[in-house]
Ligand binder design. Structure first.
Ligand code: A3P
Length: 290
C-alpha cells in the first residue's frame, strides 16, 4: 500500500521517472531540440545530491559574487529546471551565461550538448546519504498524503521507482557517457571537504576568473547556515501545495554519513550488493563517511 502511494506520485517516460503534474512527456521530448549556447551551463544531479547548493555556487560564480543584485532573485529563477519549469521561464530570452538545472539522464538532454556546445556540471553524492535525504524530502512532499516509513522508502529507492529513477542507472549513464559531453564531475563529498578547491575547479571549467575577494564571497554565501536562512537560496519559496516545509527543511543536515543513523545492516548490505552489480566495474570513489 505504502509502496503504491510512492509510485502514484511519479510517471515513467523513456525509462526514467518524473514528478507527476510537474512535467509532461511532450515537454521532456522537446528538450532534445533546445538550442544551446556556447556559454550555457547545465547543472545535472540525481535528486538530493547537492543541487541547490551547487545552484547557489554556480550562480555566485557566473554573477561574480552576486555583485549585480542576483542575490535577490530566487534560486529557481537563477537556475531554472528544464523539465520542471514551474515559473515558466522563457529560456530563449535569458541573458548569457545561462544556467539550467536538471535531474534528467544523459540521453534526454539537449542534442547540442553532444556536439560539445555548452557545459555540463554533474554532481553526485554517495547513494546512501542521497537515499536518507530523499526519504526526508518525501516527508515534505505535499502530494504524499501520509508519511511513509523508511523501510518502505529504502525498498522503493533501491528499485529505482522514485523521482529521477534509479540512482545507480543515473550515475552509470552519465559516467559512462562522459566523453560525449563537455563535462565536469564533482561530488558532494569533495564539496564538503574542500569547497575552495571545488570553486576554483568550477571557475576554470566555466572560464571565469574571480579574485580572492569574490571567491571568499562565494564561499561565505554558500555555507549551509547562510543558505538555510537565505529565502532566495533555501527553496522555502516553493508553494506549500508542492512542498510543505512545516514538515522539514530542504537544508536539513548537510552532512556526510547520516545514512549510518538510518540504515539497517540488511539495507546496507542490499545497497552495497546493488552498487557492486551496477557500478562495481567503474573507478568511482566515494567518501561514505567522514
Ligand atoms: P540533507 O538532506 O542530507 O541535509 P538537493 O539540493 O539535490 O535536493 O540536495 C539536498 C541536500 O543537499 C540536503 O541534504 C541539503 O541539506 C544539502 N545541502 C544543501 N545546501 C547545502 C550546503 N550549503 N552545504 C551542505 N549541504 C547542503
Amino acid at each position: 500500500m505504502a509502496h503504491q502511494a510512492l509510485e502514484a506520485l511519479i510517471f515513467k517516460h523513456k525509462g526514467v521517472y518524473f514528478m507527476k503534474d510537474m512535467a509532461t512527456p511532450e515537454v521532456i521530448d522537446s528538450i532534445e531540440h533546445m538550442e544551446v549556447r556556447e556559454s550555457d551551463v547545465f547543472l545535472v544531479t540525481y535528486p538530493k545530491s547537492g543541487t541547490i547548493w551547487t545552484q547557489q555556487i554556480l550562480s555566485l560564480i557566473l554573477n561574480e559574487g552576486h555583485r549585480n543584485g542576483t542575490e535577490n532573485i530566487d534560486n529557481i529563477e537563477r537556475a531554472p529546471w528544464i523539465e520542471y519549469n514551474i515559473r515558466n521561464a522563457d529560456f530563449s530570452s535569458r541573458p548569457s551565461p545561462r544556467l539550467f538545472s536538471t535531474h534528467m539522464p544523459y540521453y534526454l538532454m539537449p542534442r547540442d550538448l553532444r556536439f560539445k556546445m555548452g557545459k555540463v556540471i554533474y554532481v553526485f553524492r554517495n547513494p546512501k546519504d542521497a537515499m536518507v535525504s530523499f526519504y526526508h524530502f518525501y516527508q515534505m512532499y505535499s502530494k504524499l498524503s501520509y508519511p511513509v516509513d523508511f523501510e518502505t522508502f529504502a525498498d522503493v529507492y533501491m528499485s529505482g521507482k522514485v523521482i529521477g529513477g534509479s540512482w545507480f542507472d543515473h550515475v552509470r549513464g552519465w559516467y559512462t557517457h562522459k566523453e560525449d559531453f563537455n563535462i565536469l564531475f564533482l561530488t558532494y563529498e569533495e564539496m564538503k571537504k574542500d569547497l575552495r578547491s571545488v570553486v576554483l575547479k568550477i571557475c576554470k571549467f566555466v572560464d571565469i576568473k574571480l579574485d580572492e575577494k569574490a571567491i571568499d564571497i562565494v564561499l561565505e554565501r554558500a555555507t549551509f547556515n547562510k543558505m538555510k536562512y537565505d529565502p532566495h537560496a533555501n527553496y522555502s519559496f516553493l508553494p506549500k501545495d508542492l512542498l510543505d516545509q512545516s514538515r522539514g527543511n530542504f537544508l536539513r543536515k548537510g552532512t556526510i554519513g547520516d545514512w549510518k543513523n538510518m540504515m539497517t545492516v540488511a539495507q546496507n548490505e542490499k545497497l552495497n550488493q546493488i552498487y557492486k552489480e551496477k557500478l562495481g566495474d567503474l573507478p568511482i570513489k566515494f567518501f561514505w563517511d567522514i
